[in-house]
Design a protein around this ligand. Structure first.
Ligand SMILES: [Ca+2]
Ligand SMILES: [Ca+2]
Length: 534
């Protein structure tokens, strides 16, 4: 077995230590030659020495005196560079692939004598014949069609000599070489750095080590199928992590107070995996450490096909002027605070095609607090957020989709069901929240069913309300609202409110209290200015 590896330096090998060399390295080729790898132990250098009949194989026994593997010191036998069939079984040299890649087989076959009735030489990949030929002369024979054969871990390549009718004069020289090439992998697998699935033991150190090395090599981190354990916050800085699939690759946090996956830096990504908590605690102060995923000021971040299953605070929280982000095709469920919450001056964010279910607070929220400021004291509103084609269902104490401070927000094509308070809320809030102004919010083509069901609280299904500051330029076009809990539309609050438009909305039955309540703003319904309710 000769190793030739490209793309991993001797220095990095030394730094990593042999035990930690990742199996996935760039375009590595390894040669396995029968004679130089020949050993007195089965399986050494991936070679096995066997007898075979049909597709059934069993190991031969090493004969020290004859320096070969044989059956009861007779036929069949396999030596370093030759094979001889037996009367009841073929002589078989078997190579078992150590991993995924391709192989090329070389090396000629030479029958030792022209006498006898010949031999049948065969190369099989598992039970499939790659090449076979009857050989009756002493001329060298070169197998054909045995290049670039795909293999996976455990694929068996059998080199077989069959007697034909008689074993006389069947001694055959055959010293094959297998050149095994692993593919270029753009990722490092966490199991190659010591993570072990499904053993309930902590994988935090192994995964962190993989992240560090992947960042150094400019590669992604791969999480295979299985359940991996995280004992503390996982920091993902400028690295992409992807799983085998959204359901099968699971990261389980064991500390409910310290279990967020934190994304930061440039182009961090999470794709195709599940993050869950073993247990949750009370939301309390809603610290970011209790979120499932927290984006801290990252640029060009991606969260796609990720399931967030349980958290004590938010499902996904986007903060610190994070920007150019996409949050798509995710499932967020059973969170202790908001499902997907964008705040703290974040901008240019797309939240699309997600399913958010059973959140204790708002399902999808855009929030700008009064103390979200830069170092010079300038306000940092959250802005340019697109909330598109999400399905949100079942906020037990709060709103479906909300904009509470911020500007240039588009809420379009979403399905919103079963909310305790407003289905869609545009607001500024006083008190602890002390949020910033709202400007330019467009709410198009959403479908709301059974929203604002908390009749005591009295939220209309589509609500604009001001506490402090100002709200202006809010438009609701072409939404469909059925089973509104109280009113369908409403404007409330004592703060400053500019122009609010409701156009072409499709209302199926009015709310239990009526169609609308307008107590603030310059309100137009299909172009007609409304007199405010006293
Ligand atoms: Ca023969
Ligand atoms: Ca583990």
């Amino acid at each position: 077995m000769k190793k030739r590896q490209i793309g991993i330096s001797i220095l990095s090998v030394m730094l990593l230590g042999w035990s930690q060399i990742p199996a996935h390295v760039d375009a590595a080729s390894t040669s396995y030659q029968a004679s130089s790898d020949f050993a007195t132990t089965q399986g050494q250098h991936n070679w096995h020495y066997q007898q075979g009949s049909g597709n059934t194989y069993s190991n031969l026994t090493y004969n020290t005196g004859a320096s070969r593997w044989d059956l009861n010191q007779s036929y069949p036998w396999v030596s370093a560079n030759a094979q001889h069939p037996g009367n009841t079984a073929d002589a078989v040299r078997t190579w078992i692939s150590p991993g995924t890649g391709t192989i090329t087989i070389s090396g000629s076959i030479t029958k030792g004598s022209a006498d006898g009735d010949g031999i049948q030489a065969t190369i099989k990949k598992d039970n499939t014949t790659l090449w076979t030929q009857k050989i009756t002369t002493t001329a060298d024979q070169n197998p054909t069609g045995v290049t670039q054969i795909p293999v996976v871990k455990g694929t068996q390549i059998h080199f077989m000599i069959n007697k034909v009718q008689s074993i006389s004069f069947d001694h055959t020289l055959w010293n094959p070489t297998i050149t095994y090439t692993t593919p270029d992998n753009p990722y490092l697998s966490i199991v190659d750095f010591g993570a072990i699935p499904n053993d309930s033991k902590d994988d935090y150190a192994a995964i962190t080590k993989t992240i560090t090395e992947a960042k150094k090599q400019g590669k992604e981190v791969y999480v295979p199928a299985g359940n991996f354990t995280l004992s503390q916050i996982l920091k993902v800085d400028s690295v992409a992590i992807h799983g085998e699939s959204q359901d099968s690759s699971i990261l389980t946090s064991t500390d409910p107070n310290n279990g967020s996956i934190d994304l930061s830096g440039t182009s961090p990504a999470l794709r195709k995996l599940t993050h869950t908590y073993q247990t949750t605690v009370e939301r309390g102060n809603g610290a970011n450490e209790k979120n499932s995923i927290t984006v801290h000021g990252a640029t060009n971040f991606t969260i796609d096909h990720v399931t967030v299953d349980k958290s004590s605070a938010a499902g996904m929280l986007i903060r610190g002027q994070a920007n150019q982000g996409t949050i798509t095709n995710n499932i967020v469920q059973d969170t202790g605070a908001d499902g997907i919450h964008t705040t703290d001056g974040s901008y240019n964010i797309t939240i699309a095609n997600n399913k958010v279910n059973r959140t204790l607070d708002d399902m999808i929220a855009v929030v700008s607090y009064g103390d979200d400021k830069d170092s010079s004291g300038k306000l940092l509103p959250t802005h340019d957020v697109k909330i598109l084609n999400n399905q949100v269902n079942g906020s037990t104490e709060a709103r479906g989709i909300s904009v509470v401070g911020g500007h240039d927000v588009l809420i379009e094509g979403n399905s919103i069901q079963n909310t305790y308070m407003a289905g869609i809320l545009v607001a500024t809030e006083a008190g602890d929240y002390n949020t910033q102004d709202v400007n330019q919010v467009t709410v198009n083509n959403n479908t709301l069913n059974s929203t604002a069901t908390n009749l005591g609280g009295g939220h209309p299904s589509l609500l604009v309300t001001t506490g402090p500051g100002k709200i202006d330029n809010v438009t609701f076009n072409d939404n469909t609202i059925s089973e509104a809990g109280k009113y369908v539309f409403g404007t409330l609050g004592s703060g400053t409110m500019g122009t609010i438009n409701f156009n072409r909305n499709n209302i199926i039955g009015t709310g239990k209290s009526g169609l609308y309540i307008f107590k603030n703003g310059n309100v137009f319904v299909d172009g007609e200015k409304k007199v405010l309710t006293k």
